[in-house]
Each structure stands twice: as C-alpha cells, then as structure tokens.
Ligand binder design. Structure first.
Ligand code: GDP
Ligand code: MG
Length: 441
C-alpha cells in the first residue's frame, strides 16, 4: 500500500505539466490503496471530492512542492474524517460512571474491558467489571481471570441467564462499594442479530450507562460501517475502540465506525496483554493508514522545528533506542521551554496524548516539574543507566527523601519513564536521513 501511494505521488512530482488528468490518476491510485486498507468506498469518494476542491491546480502548476501539497491535503482530509467534531464523554472521579462495552463476538470486548479498567486503575481510579455476557460459555471465567490478574473487583454469575439482571445487580453493588468506574461487558453473539441488539437495548436501558463503547476488530474490513451503524441504532454509542492493531490490518474501518456512530475513536488495542492499549492518536493512525509509517510525520516535524545542527544528535539518540533518565530530563527541559523545539518530544508517537493532553497543559507542566525535582535527587549512575533493574526500592526511597516527595510519587515518575522508554525504543534502528531527504515518503 505504502508503495503504491509513494509511486502515485512520485509520478505526480515527475510530471512537468500538472493538469487535472494527472491529479485524477494520482487520486485513483490512492483510492485503490485506501480501499485495500478497508476504508469504505463511500468515504474514499468523499475524500476524493474534497481533495479536488482543496488542491488548487494553479498552485501545483506554479511549481510548489506538488507532492507535499497533495500528501498534506490527503493527510488532513483523513484526519478530519476521524474527528466527529465533539469529544466523547470522559468519566470523572467525583461521580461514579457506568461504561458499557458492545461489539460482536470476538471483537475483543472482554479483553478491552480489562485493559480499560487497568488503564484507569493505574491512574488512581477504582474500576470494577461486570460480566453481562450470559450467552457464551466461559465468558464469566474469562472476565474473572482477567480481573483477578489486574486485581480489579468483578461481578458475574455461572447460574443466572438473564444479562439484564446481572448487569443491574453488578452496577448497584459497585455503586454501593464506591467504585467510580463501573464497566459492563456484554455478549456479542454472531447469529440472531436481532436478539443481540434487543439485548443491548435492554441492558442499556436498565443500567443507564454514561458511555457506550463500540469495540471493533481492525480486521473486519468493509463490514465496519454496517456493524457500527447497527449497534448505534440500538444503543447510544459514544466512543469507539479499535482492537488488534498489532496485526496486519491498517484499520481503515475506523473511519467507517466514526462516520456511522458520529463518535471518536478513544483507544486502540495493540496486543493481547493488559497493557497493550494506547490512547488513540489521529496522526500516527493516518500515517499508518497511508502506509507512511508512524515516523514520517515525526521526521518531517524534526526537520521543520529543530535547527539543522541539532538534528543529528537527537536522531542519533533515537536510533540507539536507549532511553535514559537523563534523556528524559533533557526532553522535559525542552518541553517546558518556550519555542518550537519543545514540540519534538511531544511529536513522538504516543507521547503527546498522555504527557501533555490538550486542555491540561498547566497540570502537565506541574507534573513534569515535579518529576524533574525528583530526578534532581538522582545520581549520575542512575540518570545514565540503561538497566531498568538498577532502580530498586531503596534507591527510590532515597530519591523520595532527597526531593521531599512521597515514595509513590517516585514510583509514578518511574512508571512514566518506563512508558516513555517503551515508545522511544520503537525508534531503535531508525534510519537517519541525509540532509534534505527527510520528507521522502
Ligand atoms: P469478545 O468476544 O468481544 O469479548 O472478545 P475477546 O476479548 O474474548 O477477544 C477475542 C480474542 O481476541 C482473544 O483471543 C483476545 O486475546 C484477542 N484480542 C483482543 N484484543 C486484541 C488485540 O488488541 N490484539 C491482539 N493481537 N489480540 C487481541
Ligand atoms: Mg467477551
């Protein structure tokens, strides 16, 4: 896929006379590629029409960087299609929220429920899991196992066959127990779709969820739109989670799910394990959809904002993949500084959404300053270490004392370090482009 888009754009940039015919050829090529990525035909057509409106043929003919213009237009258009214009409901710790998961059997609901609970638990929530899947044998066992592993309270029954009853009982119990995030897992039988949707409607009516999340397997292909629409018609879907993004599928069905539910994608699943779960980030997702790789946007950005003479050093560190505390410290310094260079760290796929969420810049800055204060109490050995085992409990205690913080603050800072190190390690082996070569697709 990436190849064909690059090829199409390459042809474009080689053509000396840009006319509508060339643009059309280029767009047709990209259309084929997007269809292969499971983007719905109707949406591709829509994008095509919009691109034609946006891309000004005169601009192209005037010899501006044609490839860049078209690439940017397609990229922006796809980003726009993933943005339904309003954010999804976000649970607040001050008031218990009920979140119901829906989706077909095998889409990853039960797995994703646990990931969602675990993710919030790590952030200080008190989540709980309710198994309202009475259809599939072993459903309760699966949830129980997951929940136990993550030390999350759960509710379900081997005997009761009424999903509505279990859902209501579970939600009531956990409200009494002061859980602030009550997650209801549901069944997702393959057949009897009418019965399934009726069941979802009943569970939803009885538990009054604050948010219904539609879980979609990234590999379902063109079926995504109908599936998402069918759920939306029976319950008030308010967000989408796309699973199995670690596989081959590019996840173009996500665009369909957003269009059909008018709800944003909030997380993606990237593996079977509890922590293989990421906050959804539009740009890396679209890069992947276009076969551009997660990094091309990042590379472009580095080229734009980092002075030429500072690029090699940063890229060198990235390509080595070793993320030390000292690098984190330096990057935090950059983040807090004014000026464009602070964008670089936050451009790394997976960094910005969590480290500096939009609208929470003040809190994020305070947090980063807090981390840096603790890191000031670290030794050079600790700052430069690439051995994660070095940071034992006694060292963490010493850092806490030295910086006048709690032990758990140091643990939190270290968790953040580990998360960032994981993202950073993905850059290992990054090919460092030669000067002027970075915008290559
Ligand atoms: P449910 O029927 O919707 O509850 O789906 P499950 O949660 O039982 O998941 C079905 C299968 O997909 C299980 O084998 C999961 O381990 C697997 N699965 C779920 N999410 C992911 C993911 O993000 N990546 C991978 N590789 N597998 C996943
Ligand atoms: Mg399940």
């Amino acid at each position: 896929l990436g190849g064909s888009i690059s090829r199409a754009l390459q042809q474009m940039s080689n053509a000396t006379i840009i006319d509508e015919k060339v643009l059309n050829e280029c767009l047709n090529e990209i259309t084929r590629a997007l269809l292969q990525s499971d983007v719905q035909f109707k949406l591709v057509r829509e994008m095509q029409t919009n691109i034609k409106k946006i891309v000004n043929l005169d601009d192209l003919a005037a010899g501006h960087n044609k490839r860049k213009i078209i690439q940017q237009a397609i990229f922006n258009e796809l980003c726009k299609m993933l943005d339904p214009g309003k954010p999804s409901f976000t649970p607040k710790k001050s008031k218990p929220s009920v979140v119901m998961f829906v989706g077909l059997q095998g889409s990853g609901k039960t797995t994703t429920c646990t990931k969602y609970a675990y993710y919030h638990q790590k952030k200080g929530w008190k989540p709980a899991l309710v198994c309202a899947d009475t259809f599939r044998a072993g459903a309760f066992d699966q949830l129980k196992q997951n929940a136990t592993k993550a030390k999350i309270p759960f509710y379900g029954s081997y005997m009761e066959s009424d999903p509505v009853k279990i859902a209501v009982e579970g939600v009531e119990r956990f409200k009494k127990e002061n859980c602030d995030l009550i997650i209801v897992d549901t069944s997702g039988r393959h057949k009897q779709e009418v019965a399934l949707f009726e069941e979802m409607r009943q569970v939803s009516e009885a538990t009054k969820p604050d948010l219904v999340i539609f879980v979609m397997d990234s590999s379902i292909g063109q079926a995504a739109f109908d599936q998402a629409q069918a759920f939306k018609q029976s319950v008030a879907v308010g967000a989408v989670i796309v699973t199995k993004m670690d596989g081959h599928a590019k996840g173009g069905g996500a665009l369909s799910a957003v269009a059909a539910t008018k709800s944003p994608v909030i997380f993606i699943g990237t593996g079977e394990h509890m922590d293989e779960f990421e906050v959804f980030d539009v740009k890396p997702f679209v890069s992947r959809l276009l076969g551009m790789g997660d990094l091309s946007g990042f590379m472009d950005k580095i080229q734009e904002v980092v002075p030429m003479d500072q690029q090699p050093e940063l890229l060198q560190k990235l390509s080595e993949g070793n993320f030390t505390m000292r690098i984190m410290y330096e990057q935090f310094q950059n983040l807090l500084k004014m000026g464009p260079i602070n964008q670089v760290f936050s451009m790394l796929p997976g960094f910005s959404s969590e480290l500096m969420p939009k609208g929470h810049e003040k809190e994020s800055q305070a947090k980063i300053k807090r981390y840096m204060t603790m890191m000031d109490s670290m030794t050079n050995e600790e700052l430069d270490s690439t051995n994660p085992k070095l940071m034992n409990e006694s060292r963490m205690m010493r850092i806490a004392r030295g910086s006048g913080r709690q032990f758990r603050d140091v643990v939190e800072m270290f968790e953040e370090y580990k998360r960032l190190a994981k993202v950073w390690s993905k850059m290992k082996g990054l090919k460092i482009p030669k000067k002027g070569d970075m915008s290559a697709l």
